[in-house]
Design a protein around this ligand. Structure first.
Ligand code: 5AD
Ligand code: SF4
Length: 326
């Protein structure tokens, strides 16, 4: 099905995914406010604009007070979840992160999702004990050879080990992949979807690969919107009750209607970017990451979501696997 190109068959695929989405996760779209709190990363993934080897980029770290203030803004917008994302930045020790998590919980009572990369099991344990609810860690591709060639300082098995630890500890766990990585085949993508199912994930992020000029993969072809939508639809059909975002990378390739198309092909989550404007362009994973301000994206997104007949969730949107009563 990943090879489908005929328009009427693609429409059948997307509408099937849409029906399954409606049946298993309902009409609501969950909004999660994203704060990109540091663009410093110890890793050197070959596709990523904030890789440690990119000396062109100005680096920043937000202070704990600034991050908490930003989380309050997330609450003021009416979102129920804050996603704290950064490069793998060792400056934020577990003690610092525990303090941050406790402050955000006390002051906002938001659900907290962490997206901060690989850590030791004990550290994940402490972050969960402090009140973090969810964790995102994409495995990026299930093709071992491709994984190793893209990640000079990572190990695929360690990545999967982290996901297993996170699940054992009690986090709601998200993972995901990029679509259209150089050298990636349809078979690899099919295997990615099987891996999502095997890992029994709560959340699955799927976005197109976008080539960045200041990386070793400069000039390689981007993933496509069409292939990304197929992977989203098939992931919905195979995994049923997971949370699947319409990703920023997809919206970047297709600013007009990328998000709506994803929401109508199986997705049920959107992650508005609430990072302060002065840092926004420095969190440069890939070029032209959509540059809506927190406010305009807020209004704009609500309008777009309701226009396609979807409602905006007013609850936490926790995992439907862990909390099936919702
Ligand atoms: N294109 C698309 N997505 C990217 N990411 C990192 N670099 C790129 C890129 N060039 C994604 C990775 C990572 C997430 C935070 O951003 O999948 O897990
Ligand atoms: Fe760091 Fe993540 Fe970028 Fe890899 S993909 S360089 S771990 S921010």
């Amino acid at each position: 099905m990943l090879a489908l190109e005929q328009q009427d068959l693609l429409e059948s695929l997307f509408s099937r995914a849409d029906i399954i989405r409606q049946k298993y996760v309902g009409n609501d779209v969950h909004l999660r406010g994203l704060i990109e709190f540091s663009n410093i990363c110890r890793k050197n993934c070959r596709y990523c604009g904030i890789r440690s080897g990119n000396s062109q980029l100005k680096r920043y770290r937000m202070s704990i007070d600034d991050i908490v203030a930003c989380a309050k803004l997330v609450k003021d917008y009416g979102y129920k979840t804050v996603v704290l994302q950064s490069g793998e930045d060792p400056f934020y020790s577990v003690d610092i992160l525990v303090d941050l998590i406790q402050k955000i919980k006390q002051e906002t009572n938001l659900a907290i999702t962490l997206s901060i990369g690989e850590r030791k099991r004990e550290e994940y344990q402490q972050l969960f004990a402090a009140g973090a609810d969810r964790f995102l860690l994409r495995f990026e591709t299930s093709n071992l050879t491709l994984y190793q060639s893209l990640h000079p300082d990572s190990d695929f098995n360690q990545r999967i080990q982290c996901l297993i630890w996170l699940k054992e500890i009690g986090f709601q766990v998200g993972s995901g992949v990029m679509v259209g990585l150089p050298g990636q085949t349809l078979q690899d993508l099919a295997q990615d979807i099987i891996k999502f199912k095997e890992l029994d994930l709560d959340m699955i992020g799927i976005g197109p690969y976008i080539s960045h000029p200041d990386t070793p993969l400069a000039g390689s072809a981007n993933g496509t919107v069409a292939m990304t939508l197929k992977v989203i639809a098939l992931t919905r059909i195979v995994t049923r009750n997971t949370h699947i975002p319409a990703t920023t990378a997809l919206a970047t390739l297709s600013p007009e209607d990328g998000r709506e198309k994803a929401l109508q092909a199986g997705a049920n989550v959107v992650m508005p970017n609430i990072t302060p404007i002065k840092y926004r362009e420095l969190y440069d994973l890939y070029p032209n990451k959509t540059n809506e301000t927190a406010n305009s994206s807020h209004n704009y997104l609500r309008e777009k979501i309701t226009k396609i007949g979807r409602s905006i969730s007013t609850d936490y949107g926790h995992s439907l696997k862990k909390f099936p009563q919702q």
